[in-house]
Write a protein that binds this ligand. Structure first.
Ligand code: ZN
Length: 269
């Protein structure tokens, strides 16, 4: 049956990086005295079957200045342009959750319809945000932009598990954020799971080490197991922030080493 599905290309665009991070800031129960490699920040794009879909829009230089500690490399739309995608012409954007590093620069996509998890919209406009622990990774300005998109008729909602298009499925994981989604995308190497922040780092699913920012700890760690079970191999599960992703997967072009990699192609050994 899967033979009839379009095979997609998946680009991971690394637009920001955090060179170092305390282990205790990264993993629940981690050592606050120990420094470990930090996080990379990505926008993803899916191309195939006649469509171009952007997954999460990253953050802006302005947000980076308000939240120091990361190196902002370029505006995510500039990375899209490097692989021939004009953000202004993109018609489909899927948002996996609404943390600041996933929903900035929304006005770079003036022709897009944005897909938003129902539970995430509920979370960011209601009671959850009265808790400092739950709102720590959200920007009020982003939330207002998302509300405006809904009122302008440019937002669609998704929930549970379902099919976005032939060969693109969504999975409600929750845990890290109330509405956290992961996507499965059909490629020439089979189903590739874009975990987004259901998994930040390979170590979370490989050692069951919980990430330190979460909405529901139990849902997050059950999500690790569910994603492990869904993935054909560990290489088919792509964490949302691991610096190993750009090291393991082939560059989209010789001059894009460390900038844009192809997740639909097999990683190097
Ligand atoms: Zn993130």
């Amino acid at each position: 049956m899967t033979e009839a599905l379009p095979t997609y290309r998946i680009y991971a665009i690394r637009y920001a990086a955090q060179p170092q991070r305390r282990e205790g800031e990264t993993f629940l129960g981690g050592d606050h005295g120990k420094w470990i490699p930090g996080l990379d920040f990505f926008t993803w794009a899916i191309e195939g079957g006649g469509r171009t879909i952007v997954v999460d829009t990253g953050f802006t230089r302005e947000t980076n200045e308000r939240r120091p500690g990361r190196d902002w490399l370029f505006r995510p739309k500039e990375g899209l342009a490097r692989v021939g995608i004009d953000a202004a012409k993109v018609e489909e954007v899927i948002l996996t959750h609404a943390h600041f590093d996933h929903v900035g620069a929304l006005d770079d996509y003036p022709n897009a319809t944005f897909w938003m998890p129902d539970r995430e919209m509920h979370s960011i406009t209601g009671r959850d945000m009265t808790h400092p622990f739950f709102r720590v990774a959200y920007e009020a300005e982003d939330v207002c932009d998302l509300v405006r998109l809904a009122h302008r008729g440019r937002m669609r909602f998704y929930d549970g598990d379902g099919e976005y298009a032939p060969g693109i499925r969504w999975h409600l994981i929750g845990g890290h954020a109330r509405g956290q989604m992961a996507l499965s995308v059909w490629t020439e190497r089979g189903w590739v799971i874009l975990a987004s922040d259901a998994v930040h780092l390979y170590e979370e699913t490989q050692k069951e080490r919980p990430f330190s920012i979460f909405h529901d700890l139990q849902a997050m760690i059950e999500g690790y197991r569910r994603l492990n079970a869904m993935a054909a191999t560990p290489d088919h599960l792509i964490p949302g922030h691991d610096p190993l992703v750009t090291q393991r997967f082939p560059a989209a072009a010789p001059d894009l080493e460390g900038v844009v990699v192809r997740l639909d192609l097999a990683p190097s050994a």
